[in-house]
Design a protein around this ligand. Structure first.
Ligand SMILES: NC(=O)c1ccc[n+]([C@@H]2O[C@H](COP(=O)([O-])OP(=O)(O)OC[C@H]3O[C@@H](n4cnc5c(N)ncnc54)[C@H](O)[C@@H]3O)[C@@H](O)[C@H]2O)c1
Length: 259
């Protein structure tokens, strides 16, 4: 499925955390294809993604910033740089997380250091982003925050306990935050992908072995999911098409979770 191109995000600026690799790279490209200027923010180098966007959409359409989402001073620096380069922030995609590099294991096999790291990146990180981005949205009376959760939190998949717990937190974070930011015209929703064959996910053979076939069989649409399958929902939540939608979680998984 090809990503759509259009003008639904013309004049908007988006930050995509974890935007350099995996699914986040596709989010960065999709927002740019709808006209947004994109800050590709990642602990990995996002300059190649930003360069690709600039090659397709022109000078000033993207930039990259290397940072650790769990580090408040780094988050502050990212937000300041985005405002300096683009003047505003309209869309925040809280996508950075520890996922593909985590190897599944039983509940009593996780070391505490890994547990804390997952919580720092997957839960504290999105909070820090909101804390420093929301003031810019508030001052303009508008904004879209999209928290990437997971179908895994609905299903309670085994052998990824800290990860699934962190994604459950994203669902509650979204609901609660939407009530606090609604008064300022800021929409807060979450997008919950099912198991997606991202390039980074495919690098971890244990995920592929444990998830690919069982998840495919559990779906109403019995096929694999790809990053491209998420882009319509992402652009919907980032655009004016979702202006009366807030506090919701949109599950995009081919019908595996059945709410
Ligand atoms: N692939 C799937 O099946 C799937 C399913 C449901 C939800 N998700 C969620 O989608 C998002 C992307 O997943 P993915 O498959 O691309 O996996 P991924 O693990 O490759 O993506 C994480 C991205 O975050 C970045 N990142 C990691 N630690 C960071 C840090 N401390 N600071 C800043 N950036 C950091 C990584 O460099 C990477 O670009 C994640 O939130 C993941 O939980 C993925």
């Amino acid at each position: 499925m090809a990503a759509s191109t259009g003008t639904r995000l013309q004049g908007k600026t988006a930050i995509v955390t974890g935007g350099a690799k995996g699914i986040g790279r596709h989010y960065s490209m999709a927002l740019a294809a709808e006209g947004a200027r994109v800050m590709v923010a990642d602990i990995a180098d996002g300059s190649a993604v930003a360069a690709d966007i600039v090659a397709s959409h022109g000078a000033g359409s993207a930039a990259s910033f290397t940072f650790d989402v769990a580090d408040e001073s780094a988050v502050k620096a990212l937000v300041a740089e985005t405002v300096k380069q683009f003047g505003q922030i309209d869309i925040l995609v809280n996508n950075a997380a520890l996922y593909a590099t985590l190897t599944p294991r039983n509940y009593d096999e996780w070391d505490i250091e890994t547990w804390d790291k997952v919580m720092a990146i997957n839960v504290r990180g999105p909070y820090l982003m909101v804390r420093h981005v929301a003031p810019h949205m508030k001052s303009r009376g508008a904004g879209k925050i999209i928290n990437i959760a997971s179908g895994a939190a609905y299903k309670g998949i085994p052998r990824m306990l800290p990860y699934v717990t962190s994604k459950g937190a994203m669902l509650a974070f979204t609901r609660s935050l939407s009530r606090e930011l609604g008064a300022f015209g800021i929409g807060v929703n979450s997008l919950s992908p099912g198991y997606i064959l991202s390039d980074t996910g495919l690098d971890n053979s244990t995920h592929v072995e444990e998830e690919r076939i069982p998840v495919r069989n559990s779906r109403a649409f019995k096929r694999d999911g790809y990053p491209e399958d998420l882009l319509g929902a992402l652009v919907f939540l980032a655009s004016g098409d979702s202006d009366f939608v807030t506090g919701q979680s949109l599950v995009v998984d081919g019908g595996s979770v059945n709410n």
